[in-house]
Design a protein around this ligand. Structure first.
Ligand code: NYM
Length: 211
C-alpha cells in the first residue's frame, strides 16, 4: 500500500460494550481503508496470542481465577508488550484500527469496584489514540442482540456499570456514534471520522496517555 513519505499512521480505537458491534465495524473499516490504498492493520486487545494473552483468555473463559488487581495489570501488560511495535508501525505510516484499548481496561476493572485512578495509572505512557469511536448502545439493547456469550463480564447488570465507567473516560478524542443505526449507516460514519483523522493526525506528534 501507499506510504506518503514521512507521514505517520493514525491510532484509531473502537470502544463499546460487549455486543455493540465493534468487531464487525473494525473489519469493515479496515477493508474500506485498504481499498483506498491506505496502509492499515486491524489489532485487538486483549491480544490473546501472547503468553500474557493466554492467561487473560483462560481467565475470561472462567478456566482460571485471578485477583481483580492482578488481571487488571495483565490486561495492561498485554498493551505494554505491544507498545513498541505499535509505535514503529505508526511511524512507518501504517494506521492501526484497534478493537478495544485502555478505556476497556479501565471501564471493566472500575466496574468491579476498583478505584478508577488506580486503574488508569498503569496505562499512563501508552500511546494516546488519535481517535476513539465509542459505539453507544444501551446495555438492555446489547443484551437482546443474540444473547451474551459465556465469558466473564457478559451480564446485563455488569454491562450497565461498565457503561457508566466509560462515560467518565470521555474526552476530546471521542466520537460517540449510535450503535443502533443500521450497520451501513454506522459504517459510513466511521469511514468519515477515520479518514478525517488519518488526514489530520499527520501533523500531530505521537503523544502519551493520559494527558
Ligand atoms: N477487557 C478487555 C477487559 O476487561 N480489560 C481490557 O483491558 C480489555 C482490552 O475483556 N468483555 C474485557 C472486555 C471483554 C473481554 O474482549 C474480552 P473481546 O473484545 O470480547 O475479546
Amino acid at each position: 500500500s501507499i506510504h506518503h513519505g514521512g507521514s505517520r499512521g493514525a491510532l484509531i480505537v473502537l470502544e463499546g460494550l460487549d455486543r455493540s458491534g465493534k468487531t464487525s465495524q473494525c473489519s469493515r473499516l479496515v477493508s474500506h481503508l485498504e481499498g483506498k490504498g491506505i496502509s492499515v492493520e486491524a489489532w485487538r486487545f486483549p491480544d490473546r496470542k501472547t503468553d500474557i494473552g493466554t492467561m487473560i483468555s483462560s481467565y475470561l473463559a472462567n478456566i482460571s481465577q485471578l485477583d481483580d488487581q492482578a488481571v487488571h495489570l495483565l490486561f495492561s501488560a498485554n498493551r505494554w508488550e505491544k507498545r513498541l511495535s505499535m509505535e514503529t508501525k505508526l511511524r512507518s505510516g501504517t494506521t492501526i484500527v484497534v478493537d478495544r484499548y485502555s478505556y476497556s481496561g479501565v471501564a471493566f476493572s472500575a466496574a468491579k469496584g476498583l478505584d478508577i485512578e488506580w486503574c488508569k495509572a498503569p496505562e499512563t505512557g501508552l500511546i494516546a489514540p488519535d481517535l476513539v469511536i465509542y459505539l453507544d448502545l444501551p446495555p438492555e439493547e446489547a443484551a437482546k442482540r443474540g444473547g451474551y456469550g459465556t465469558e466473564r463480564y457478559e451480564q446485563l447488570e455488569f454491562q450497565r456499570n461498565v457503561a457508566q465507567q466509560y462515560q467518565k473516560l470521555r474526552d476530546s478524542t471521542w466520537k460517540v456514534v449510535d450503535a443502533q443505526l443500521p450497520v451501513e449507516d454506522l459504517e459510513m460514519q466511521l469511514r468519515k471520522f477515520a479518514l478525517e483523522c488519518i488526514a489530520t493526525c499527520q501533523k500531530k506528534t505521537i503523544s502519551p496517555l493520559w494527558p
